[in-house]
Design a protein. Structure first.
Length: 123
């Protein structure tokens, strides 16, 4: 799998990665990530030039570390937002509403992709 994130999404340079897929990917809407020692549920969407799209979780072989999961979206990566019981975040996922047109829209942040442990909780 080849990932090419446009320049300007995370920094001024493009982000490019090649990964060895070990199974089929699945669409993902929620993922549990660790922040300062606390595990928190986050909404996740893929993002491209045309806006919102599905985010995917694909099993990969991470060189030297073994099995992992690749969280990825479109050519502008993924957007995440801590759940924190925020109805706006939940609404964006259930209604298809976009969280904003800029990567720094309130509460949302952008990542080109994330490499996660295989046992990560997701929905």
């Amino acid at each position: 799998m080849y990932i090419d994130i446009d320049p300007g999404v995370i920094g001024e340079e493009p982000i490019i990665g090649t990964f060895k897929e070990t199974g089929p990917g699945v669409v993902i809407r929620l993922v549990r990530l660790e922040f300062n020692g606390q595990w928190e549920w986050c909404d996740v969407i893929g993002w491209s030039d045309t806006g919102r799209q599905d985010a995917w979780l694909t099993p990969i072989e991470e060189s030297g570390d073994g099995p992992a999961l690749l969280l990825h979206g479109g050519n502008q990566g993924v957007r995440l937002r801590k759940r924190d019981g925020d109805a706006v975040a939940a609404s964006a996922l259930t209604t298809g509403a976009t969280p904003g047109s800029e990567p720094d829209a309130e509460g949302w942040w952008s990542e080109g992709f994330l490499i996660l442990r295989p046992e990560i909780q997701r929905a």
